[in-house]
Every structure is written in structure tokens, then in C-alpha cells.
Design a protein around this ligand. Structure first.
Ligand code: TYM
Length: 328
């Protein structure tokens, strides 16, 4: 099928890391060709935990620059900031009215984040209802995400189906796509945990804009196991399998094929580091160019918001009318 509507969102909470890139951003770039792709920097989601206003502004612009540097072409997709399109918050409210407390209470991401935060906002709790609104607002067919978003995506489908059965056919039911490898990139020091910016220490976390020397060091020190066999077995050999998955996501070869080629952990670490550094190098160079002109990035986001609003206004007005609100 051609010309599917593709939508995905990413939070401007600090710079993105290798997990964001391999699990999601690589696929955003892939799906912009031959489809109507819409990519959203979800700044409204970022304030579900308290943020310094200046940091939010900087992170939003930098994330747009990293996405463009990674290959998103604003001529070929719509790239915008969520807060620039008011229909997200508006439809978010309708989605809260269509999502049950029990459903939200079962979200594992809320449990994880809520446990780590001192001030647990009600927005952090209702976050997945806003995420459903983000997706449904664009009549989305396909949502490229990493594995950790699976539960939120299933909820989005359930909420869309419930809305349609209560108020008549309104929303397209979205499907998520998760990459075959590196859908869950793990921390290099604690390979049983997902790579995440909220990790206690950053020696297992590789950032997209990180200095190559530092990346190399982190891979060389990656935790493996006390055996000496390179085998792809995520359950029993989490560290080695994580390295193989990362190398696979960069080179396109399967982790099992790659495993056959290695007899030493040391060599695998060095080659994985090198592949990652080479993949990130042009992105880092392009980012440096783009960051010299923040005004241009701001203009790209504003132009993206104009295009996003055109679609969102239409779908939102369909939803509000079906729900029984009087026309304005
Ligand atoms: P966020 O900002 O945490 O992450 C952005 C994307 O990166 C993926 N990802 C990973 N993939 C592989 N390995 C990892 N270690 C890893 N860490 C993160 C995520 O799966 C995601 O695809 N709730 C979403 C943002 C959102 C959204 C949406 C996504 C808001 N509205 C609508 C899709 C559609 C989030 O917090 O992603």
C-alpha cells in the first residue's frame, strides 16, 4: 500500500540517545518516503514532569535539529511542535473522557515514572490519553515506535475503537510498527535495563551528539558476561546480545549472522563502537551546521505547524461534532 499516513512523537527531554535513534528515528526517516509522514516534538508531554522553561525551549529546538540532521526532510514530511497545534490538547480532553481510570492505572510507564518523581502530576497519569489524541488527530495508519511504547499504542487503539462505537465512525484505527532489531536498546552497563536518560549513571547511555572518544570508551567498557562465546541470546546473554542488536541495526546484517563472525567480546565491542560512531558522524556534522542558525529551525517548525493544523482542525471538528458539541 502506498501513501499511508504515518505519525510519531518524541519528547524534548534532553538530547536523544542511541535507543531513540535505532528504535525510532531511523524508522521515521525510512517512512517519510512514499507516505504522508507527520512527526511531532511532543513538548506538551515533556511538561508532565516539571521542566525549566529555558531548558524546554533549548531542548525543543535542538531536537528539531537532530531530527533534521538525521535525515528528516521538512519538504518531505511535516515536522512540528505539539504545543503549536492546539487541537492536541483539545482532543486530549475528549480522549480523557473516553479512557478509564483503570486503563491509565495499568500503564507500566506511569508506574515507573511515578515512582521516580516526587511531584506526580495528574498530567503524568493521563499522558496516554494525550498520546492517543496525538495519533488519532491525523487519521494515522502507521506509528513507528520503539518497544517501550507498545502498551500506549494498544491503549490508543482501544480508545479509538471505544469512541467509534459510542459516537459513530470517527477515527482511523492505527497500527504500530516496531523495528525487527534494536526495538529496545539496553543500557551498556545494566543490560537488563532499557537505555534511558533517567538511568542513575550515564556510563551505559550513549547520546546521539556524544563525542566519539567517549562513545568508544563506553562500548569498550560495556558489561557482557563471564563466558567467552559470542551468541545472540537476549535472555541469557543480555549484554552481548545488546551489542549484536546495535551492530545489526547499524549494518543491516542479522544479529545471528554477526554472532557467527565473532569469537571475542573485545572485537565485537570495538566494531560496534566504530559502526555507531561512523553512523552518527554525519548527523553530528549536520547538527553543528544547523545549530548555527536557530532562527531557520524555528521557521521550519512554524511552517510544519501550519500544515499539521490543517489536518488536525478537520479531524478534531469531526470528533467534536460526533460527540455532540454544538457548532461554533
Ligand atoms: P520518547 O520520547 O521516550 O521516545 C521516543 C522514541 O524512542 C523510542 N525509544 C527507544 N527505542 C529503543 N530502545 C530504547 N532504549 C528506547 N528508548 C526510547 C521510543 O519507543 C519512542 O518511539 N510517549 C512517547 C512520545 C509520544 C508518542 C506520541 C509516540 C507522544 N505522543 C504519539 C508515538 C505516537 C515517548 O515518551 O517517547
Amino acid at each position: 500500500m502506498t501513501n499511508q499516513r504515518v505519525f510519531s512523537g518524541i519528547q524534548p527531554s534532553g538530547d536523544p540517545h542511541l535507543g531513540n535513534y535505532l528504535g525510532a528515528i531511523q524508522n521515521y526517516v525510512h517512512y517519510q518516503d512514499g507516505n504522508d509522514a507527520v512527526y511531532c516534538i511532543v513538548d506538551l508531554h515533556a511538561v508532565t514532569t516539571q521542566r525549566d522553561p529555558e531548558a524546554l525551549r533549548t531542548d525543543t529546538l535542538r531536537l528539531a535539529q537532530v531530527l533534521i540532521a538525521s535525515g528528516l526532510d521538512p519538504e518531505n514530511c511535516i515536522l512540528f511542535a505539539q504545543s503549536h497545534v492546539p487541537q492536541h490538547a483539545q482532543l486530549g480532553w475528549l480522549m480523557q473522557a473516553t479512557t478509564s481510570f483503570g486503563e491509565l492505572n495499568r500503564m507500566t510507564q506511569f508506574k515507573d515514572k511515578g515512582d521516580r518523581t516526587e511531584f506526580v502530576s495528574s498530567a503524568l497519569f493521563s499522558y496516554p490519553a494525550l498520546q492517543a489524541a496525538d495519533i488519532l488527530l491525523y487519521d494515522t495508519n502507521i506509528v513507528p515506535v520503539g518497544d517501550d511504547q507498545r502498551q500506549h499504542l494498544e491503549l490508543s487503539r482501544d480508545v479509538a475503537q471505544r469512541f467509534n462505537s459510542r459516537y459513530g465512525d470517527t477515527f482511523v484505527i492505527p497500527e504500530h510498527v516496531i523495528p525487527p532489531v534494536a526495538a529496545r536498546v539496553m543500557d551498556l552497563q545494566r543490560p537488563e535495563d532499557k537505555m534511558s536518560k533517567t538511568a542513575e549513571a550515564d556510563n551505559g547511555l550513549v547520546m546521539m551528539l556524544e563525542d566519539p572518544k567517549s562513545i568508544e570508551k563506553k562500548f569498550k567498557r560495556a558489561v557482557t558476561d563471564s563466558e567467552d562465546e559470542v551468541r545472540f541470546d537476549p535472555e541469557h546473554k543480555a549484554g552481548v546480545s545488546n551489542l549484536l542488536s546495535i551492530l545489526s541495526a547499524v549494518t543491516g546484517e542479522t544479529p545471528t549472522d554477526l554472532a557467527e563472525r565473532y569469537t571475542q567480546y573485545g572485537r565485537l565491542k570495538v566494531d560496534t563502537a566504530e559502526a555507531v560512531i561512523e553512523r552518527l558522524r554525519p548527523i553530528q556534522e549536520r547538527f553543528a551546521e544547523l545549530s548555527s542558525d536557530p532562527g531557520e529551525t524555528a521557521r521550519v517548525l512554524s511552517a510544519g505547524a501550519v500544515k499539521a493544523r490543517e489536518i488536525a482542525e478537520d479531524v478534531y471538528s469531526r470528533a467534536r461534532s460526533n460527540m455532540g458539541f454544538l457548532p461554533v
